[in-house]
Design a protein around this ligand. Structure first.
Ligand code: ACO
Length: 324
């Protein structure tokens, strides 16, 4: 059965943190951040905003764009690395607040690839008789970012994006997908404290273990290879050449990773959605935010082939090819 993206919505918090603001916080420069990452500014959640708050707004916008009501929702999946709390799931919080009682609700932990993992799960739900699956990618990385660590704090932004996945009655829908993971380098990108390995204690907090740690240059090398592999394998499964892709939507982690991936695929940058300059790396939210932007700006047309690829903590990576 063909499964399509029937609606999309996104939300980013109002507050903007620019590179110039960061220059006042850590020893960095707009020039370094721009040339090394492509980021100029990012949105940052307010103190009283949690991931379910951002998710709820994005989800309501996705419902509206799909012309559906909360009672129509068949399941809720939230991909996030920054849930409101370790349990219950952020999806359950969204479920009660959006008004979709008694539907399946759970979170997916797959780092920046989480939204695409969520799409694949939604696709199999639809193939098993469920419909109107709400898939949300949402993260507030600023709340687990160490603003004394210049190697990570310049990279992340906050946001949420949501998609409504349903049975397709036309030619549109998901054509192929590819997913994998490699946990052998799990500690190149991680949040050491706060889980069952290192529970939160005064000592763990003093050692700043509840913040994101990343060996950026090591992650960078894997990311370029993995993003390209995700694209190639996804296209191969659909037997479609890269030249037929109308728009490539890569996870927005670094402009150099995006450019290297596009180059390996021989896809010109005009066909690549880039918004990292305004959003930074919003983790699981980056792809649905970018997809929503592409649709709002009229960059995709009925029948276009769209390829989404992502890479994130785990490591996890994968791709989804769909016809709009
Ligand atoms: N400002 C100024 N200098 C800095 C900064 C900064 N903000 N950060 C690091 N530097 C310095 C370093 O200390 C180093 O100095 P040294 O040579 O004197 O030791 C120098 O700049 C180069 O550092 P590198 O880490 O080698 O810089 P690189 O070119 O690799 O860029 C970056 C760093 C932007 C982090 C890049 O490696 C990257 O984007 N990595 C991948 C990130 C990613 O894809 N993450 C996966 C998804 S994220 C998720 O799942 C949540």
């Amino acid at each position: 059965m063909r499964v399509s993206i029937a609606g999309i919505g996104s939300y980013v918090p109002e507050k903007i943190l620019t590179n110039f603001d960061l220059e006042k916080i850590v020893e960095t420069s707009d020039e370094w951040i721009t040339t090394r990452s492509g980021i100029k500014e990012r949105h940052i959640a307010a103190d009283n905003q949690a991931t379910s708050d951002l998710s709820l707004i994005a989800a309501q916008r996705a419902l509206k764009s799909a012309c559906l009501k909360p009672k129509d929702i068949g399941a809720i999946i939230v991909a996030t690395a920054t849930p409101d709390m370790l349990f219950p799931s952020t999806a359950c919080l969204v479920q009660t607040r959006i008004g979709a009682p008694r539907v399946i609700a759970f979170d997916v932990s797959a780092g920046c690839t989480g939204f695409l993992y969520g799409l694949a799960i939604a696709e199999s739900f639809v193939n098993n008789g469920y419909d109107n699956i709400l898939v949300i990618g949402a993260d507030i990385l600023s709340k687990i970012t160490d603003y004394t660590d210049r190697t990570t704090c310049v990279l992340f932004g906050d946001g949420a994006g949501a998609a409504l996945i349903k049975k397709s009655d036309g030619e549109d829908g998901i054509l192929s997908s590819y997913f994998t993971a490699d946990g052998s380098s799990w500690n190149l990108l991680w949040q050491p404290g706060g889980g069952s390995r290192i529970p939160a204690t005064h000592e763990s907090v003093e050692k700043r273990l509840h913040y994101v740690k990343m060996q950026g240059n090591e992650v960078f090398k894997v990311a370029v290879r993995a993003m390209s592999e995700a694209a190639v394998k996804t296209l191969e499964k659909a037997k479609i050449p890269a030249s037929e892709v109308a728009l490539l939507i890569p996870h927005q982690a670094n402009i150099r990773i995006i450019e290297a991936s596009a180059k390996r695929l021989n896809i010109p940058m005009e066909k690549v959605l880039v918004n990292i300059d305004r959003h930074g790396n919003t983790s699981a939210a980056s792809i649905p935010i970018a997809l929503d932007q592409a649709i709002q700006e009229g960059r995709v047309h009925k029948g276009d082939l769209i390829l989404m690829i992502a890479f994130g903590a785990g490591f996890t990576w994968g791709g989804v090819l769909f016809r709009y």
